[in-house]
Design a protein around this ligand. Sequence first.
Ligand SMILES: [Zn+2]
Length: 456
Amino acid sequence: MKQTQVVGVLLALLCLGTTFDASASGTIPMQFCFRYNIDYDDDDASIGDDYFIEVDAGPGSAPKARGLKVRVEDLDADPADPHPFDGYASYNGVSPGCTPVLDLAVDHQILITTWSEALVGGNVITVRESQFHSVTFRDEHAFQETVNQGWPNPYVLHANHVKERHWRILAAAAFAQYRERGGLSGRTYFIYDEACPFAGGSCSLDGSVWLDPAGSEPYNRHKYGIVHELGHAMLYQTGAGQWFVDFLAPTGVCDAGRADDEGWREHSKEYQSAAASEGYANFYAALVFNDILDSDCRMEEIYSPNWDNDPATPADRAFNCTGDPDPIDQPTSATDYLGTMCDAPTLAMGTALDWQRFLWDASKGPDSLAFVDLVDIWVGSTPSTWCPNGWPVFPPPPPFLPPSPPPPPPWAPCWPSDRMIFYAHPLNGGPLTVDEYYAFTDAMELHGVHTGWIPM
Ligand SMILES: [Zn+2]
């Protein structure tokens, strides 16, 4: 009998023994499940969130730690094999956030350690102190107990003992990947708990994320902000590349009192390329925490936009994913914020708000586009070749319908306002059906993402 066969027989006998009389064998089957001990500043049923509603989050209903990195160590076991489990909890299925069922030796000391890392849908999300730290954050109050027959099974534990920023970041990012991954797997998303290395604040660069922990409004307290930055990283990791956004619209703004160089806002006029990039990231955050068919979808920004351009009325952080951002105070326009609220010129410019609403409506309804379709369109528009001001230096080519080949250089290096629609066309190699294409173009026009080569 070969050695492998001997081992197989022994394993079979051991399994039979365990199943037949667990207590007499000295082991008990045990499953550990983990939930996050977290809080955010923008988790609120009153704004219409569908997920991470903390008002419901009692000890048994806190957010599940999907895909959490976990080690279960038997301190009294053979030193050569001390780990009943060393890997990632499940991220979906019947027991998300749980280990497999483990056979634990009664009266042995068990030590459980968790890390600020998760594996979700084949993608790793790892939260680190900084880009110069090679290890993830580890829970400092690890569970250490003696295995006994009185334990509940499954045994539900907090993934972390202290409400702290690493865990807020991981919980939001891992949940985002559970909800939508844009068709990507095998990627690693590093999220660093420090300010953006070249600009301060929070940013995404080369497929990684920096979240500034300082200030009165750190991004790690805002689930929408965390997932917004992850959205940028995800789009980069499609392989579509990255470009440096010029957020400076040349003249005029859409929010009275703001200076042109103050940085982007959801409703600030930017070059179309910047508006599209921010609109995609914001749409991803909205999609993760809301059901797409919801009529009450609202989300929150980390700042307070002055939607109606009226300095006399208080600003509101929360806004509608698809409708009028300011329906109560002084209604603006739910369809074309740029055209309604922004100063001229609007050539080759847009707002993230218009892009987000367009993407939301392109995703719902009878011709709904899957998120992966929208990601494909993004990739097809080759953002790495966009120029900052989003407009070619030569006159635009004629309309592309009927279908024509992609415009040759010098058009390709720049990004006219309808470049994305060009690449969405099914006869130009786009990923859409004809019906989806028309849903896409209709939603674009409706929400102020102006189409057509002729300047508007
Ligand atoms: Zn952004």
